[in-house]
Design a protein. Structure first.
Length: 245
């Protein structure tokens, strides 16, 4: 990835920041997208630039404002001169009880988890095609094995998984498109899963422990750097949870 540019959405915190650090370690120049976490994004940019000057920058955007996504791509190319890889990581996650799903929840969950990755990849495609680049979408193991109480989120992630395979066809042979599906990596900050629910999830995970953000970041690095003959695929990074769900 030396000399190449990667755009990571939702990169200020949690999984996104781990991906940004991993790809920076691989030699990439990193554009960190954020929506609200400006302080954390700027701190991470300073950290990365201290390690390698002029190798990181950040840009604010609301991914639900679809008309602004081409500008997000343009800002990345203007800053670093190219766009070689895109990681669609930004995501909303919250429960939607069936029977009370409303248009606001639809706009948020489908918008961040499916609509924005579609239109951002479309905006980035000319640059990715020119660079023979790659895309990694962060899906979820529950895209294929839905989680009770989260029907809309799971459906949106399932749409993103389908989009991954569809875009692998649309952008072949010059751009590879793959996905990483996390299992129990970071618990939601909303407190949606109490200690008993967490223990039950871990008990149904073959490795008997949660994973770490670095596990996801390393899978993304593999798909972007090493997996030159892999496209249209999803890697479940879940400690074996889906083996017997």
């Amino acid at each position: 990835m030396e000399g190449k540019t990667i755009l990571v959405t939702g990169a200020a915190r949690r999984l996104g920041s781990a991906v940004a650090r991993e790809m920076h370690t691989a030699g990439a120049r990193v554009m960190l997208h954020y929506r609200k976490a400006s302080g954390e994004a700027e701190a991470l940019v300073a950290e990365l630039n201290a390690l390698r000057p002029d190798s990181a920058a950040c840009v604010q955007a609301d991914l639900l404002a679809i008309d602004t996504l081409p500008q997000l791509v343009a800002d990345t190319v203007a800053r670093f001169g190219s766009l070689d890889a895109l990681v669609n990581n930004a995501s909303s996650f919250f429960s939607t009880r069936f029977g009370s799903i409303d248009p606001a929840a639809w706009d948020d969950l489908v918008g961040t988890n499916f609509k924005a990755p579609l239109f951002l990849t479309q905006a980035a495609a000319p640059h990715l095609l020119a660079a023979h680049g790659a895309v990694v979408n962060i899906t979820d193991i529950h895209a294929e094995r839905p989680l009770a109480g989260y029907s809309l989120y799971c459906a949106a992630k399932a749409a993103l998984l389908g989009l991954t395979r569809a875009l692998a066809i649309e952008l072949a042979p010059r751009v590879r498109v793959n996905a990483v599906a996390p299992g129990p990596i970071l618990w939601p900050e909303t407190g949606a899963f109490d200690s008993a629910a967490r223990a039950e999830i871990v008990a149904h995970t073959l490795l008997q422990r949660p994973g770490s953000p670095q596990d996801i970041a390393r899978a993304v690095r593999y798909l972007l750097v090493d997996a030159v003959y892999v496209t249209g695929q999803v890697i479940n990074v879940d400690g074996g949870r889906t083996a017997h769900l």
